[in-house]
Write a protein that binds this ligand. Structure first.
Ligand code: AP5
Ligand code: ZN
Length: 205
């Protein structure tokens, strides 16, 4: 299967991905995870991405398209993949189309993690992660057996730099301005036909 997961910060993409991945033998391609690994390793990519990430802004299309292009060629991705957090702009979606066309494959489903913004702050500020495995915990909703410690390795858990209420606001803004309108079009279909047509035209223009 080839899946795309779209949703705002904290909607649960990273929580569901490992489960779906194991069930269907897919690879999990999370641009955020890959960028954070690059930042931690201080690679040239990480150096370029760090500032935007800490500010809750999107990293440039070129950088993330490059990472995905590279990652999708891995043997473990040939059976299928989960794209978690990519594409996030229209340009990224167009580039993805090209990459898949070149490989002669198609996306099976786009999963839209629809959720009210108001729920997200508690999820984001309570999140703790185990950086090397990507395992995610939450102080209230998914607490580790021992506070601040990974269940499997016993290593310490950390909080993401961008997981503050203030940066979340900016990440949500980026989602609603750059990702949502480009990739998902919600129409008010209960309105009279002419008004719906106006909405359709707006979406397509
Ligand atoms: P990224 O890492 O993709 O972050 P995000 O999209 O903001 O999403 P999150 O990882 O915060 O949320 P999630 O949906 O995975 O939530 P989770 O499952 O962990 O991107 C980070 C940054 O990298 C971006 O800001 C940007 O700078 C850059 N970037 C990445 N991709 C890019 C791209 N394509 N283009 C440009 N820039 C890019 O869940 C959150 C918490 O809630 C956890 O603690 C979890 O335990 C808990 N939880 C999960 N589900 C539930 C539930 N159902 N009920 C209760 N609690 C739950
Ligand atoms: Zn995530």
């Amino acid at each position: 299967k080839r899946l795309i997961l779209i949703g705002p910060p904290g909607s649960g993409k990273g929580t569901q991905s490992p489960i779906i991945k194991d069930e269907y033998c897919l690879c999990h391609l999370a641009t955020g995870d890959m960028l954070r690994a690059a930042v931690a390793a201080k690679t040239p990519l990480g150096v370029k991405a760090k500032e935007a990430m800490n500010k809750g802004e999107l990293v440039s299309d070129d950088l993330v398209v490059g990472i995905i292009d590279e990652a999708m060629k891995k043997p473990s991705c040939q059976k299928g993949f989960i794209l978690d957090g990519f594409p996030r702009t229209v340009v990224q979606a167009q580039k993805l189309d090209e990459m898949l066309q070149n490989q002669g494959v198609k996306v099976d489903k786009v999963l839209n993690f629809a959720i009210d913004d108001a729920i997200l702050e508690e999820r984001i500020t309570g999140r703790w992660i185990h950086p090397s495995s990507g395992r995610t915990y939450h102080t209230k909703f998914a607490p580790p057996k021992v506070l601040g410690v990974d269940d499997v390795t016993g290593e310490p858990l950390i909080q993401r730099k961008d997981d503050t209420a203030a940066v979340l606001k900016l990440r949500l803004e980026a989602f609603h301005k750059q990702t949502e309108p480009g990739l998902v079009a919600n129409l008010h279909a209960e309105k009279p036909p002419k008004e719906v047509t106006v909405e359709v035209e707006k979406v397509l223009s």
